[in-house]
Design a protein around this ligand. Structure first.
Ligand SMILES: [Zn+2]
Length: 164
């Protein structure tokens, strides 16, 4: 591929490369481990290679970066340049997340999404209540959990309207 990335794209690509083992993710992992929960990392044999897998609970956790996964929260902003490129890229990620979720659910996996904005930035949660919420979910019966749960799930629709 020719070297046509803008500096903004390069910065965002770098932030994607750092998408695993990020500081908030490690904080979350340490906390869950300290609560006696045991998990495996990035299982490649499962759809989407979940960040954490809890075999005992038949449950997985994804820690989603709000930009890459198109979260409709205050951390998400469309880049001002190469709009088509970013819409396609983020749009593909959103579609892929939906497919992964469908496949895992069909295989009776329970799925928790922890969004970056729950761990970082002005809206972040205290770590203890966050860990307790996850622990309760693991021991409970609910199939799905999204943290935070009040945010509009996708950045997509609003952005489509405003671009018209
Ligand atoms: Zn978010």
């Amino acid at each position: 591929m020719p070297d046509v990335l803008t500096s903004e794209q390069r910065r965002l690509n770098m932030s994607r490369i750092r998408g695993r083992n990020t500081k908030p993710e490690i904080l979350l992992r340490r906390g869950l481990h300290a609560k006696g929960l045991r998990f495996r990392l990035y299982r490649k044999d499962l759809p989407g290679s979940p960040d954490l897998t809890f075999p005992r609970f038949h449950a997985v956790i994804f820690v989603h970066g709000c930009f890459w996964h198109g979260h409709g929260c205050h951390l998400f902003h469309w880049p001002s340049t190469n709009k088509v490129f970013w819409r396609q890229k983020v749009g593909r990620n959103i579609k892929r997340d939906e497919e992964v979720l469908e496949t895992l659910t069909a295989e009776r996996w329970r799925v928790c999404e922890v969004w970056e904005c729950a761990l970082r930035g002005s809206g972040r949660m205290e770590i203890e209540p966050l860990l307790s919420m996850i622990k309760r979910w693991l021991h409970g019966k609910a199939g799905r959990l999204s943290i935070p749960d009040k945010v509009r799930k996708q950045a997509r629709s609003r952005e489509h309207r405003s671009s018209l």
